[in-house]
Design a protein around this ligand. Sequence first.
Ligand code: T5A
Length: 213
Amino acid sequence: MNVAPGLFLTFEGIEGAGKTSNLQHAKDLIEASGKSVIVSREPGGTEVGEKIREVLLDPDLPAMHSDTELLLMFASRAEHYQHKILPALNDGNWVLCDRFSDASFAYQGGGRHIAIPRISALENWVLGEFRPDTTFLFDLPVNLGLSRAKARGAADRIEQEEAEFFEQIRRCYLDRAAKEPERFCLIDASQTLDAVRQQLGKAIQTLLDNSQG
Ligand code: T5A
């Protein structure tokens, strides 16, 4: 639950789903309504968090234990939440974040098979009861997402995993969306960029209408 005056919106999905491509569009729409917007990302978003991100995504590092990976994600998140997200929301900004804790449940839970209660315990430790107001889940078949990500450039450490890893992540995201339909907004990311933007634009307009009413 977010009790600050600004809204916290997160963008989730498998690799190549189009989150980054659509964040700027969402920012433009919200700013056009007169609101102030901060865009950020995870892992990362702060000076310390970006250093942690470098370690997490470095393709030249030897295999990392799944607990190490999870703890580094939450170390980055603790810094991000305390030093950037919360102050920005308390100042009335809307914060748009490229991935947040749902990614830990999907990747380290669904993908790496860490027990969900262990991830929930970390989430409660780092965030208390704070959760995103709305989570846009960009959903598309794994092969399409991976081919888009591959066409864009060299794979990072996590992108080097097999397709089945990402199938499990996609299933975990969809399960979470089904369990929390009031928070999740499902976007069909297999469509053209214009069509995806239209879906996102409608959902953002609803949020803007509700925030003014
Ligand atoms: N991670 C993260 C965890 O494991 N646990 C966690 O708790 C957290 C927070 C982050 C990695 O860390 C993992 C997940 C990730 O593996 P990242 O670089 O931030 O690494 O990875 P992604 O967020 O997955 O970034 P990607 O760039 O791969 O995916 P996007 O942002 O969804 O995709 P985008 O917008 O960059 O688009 C990819 C390509 O597709 C094209 C774009 O032009 C671009 O070239 N594209 C489209 N083409 C056709 N039609 C469309 N509709 C298109 N949309 C985009």
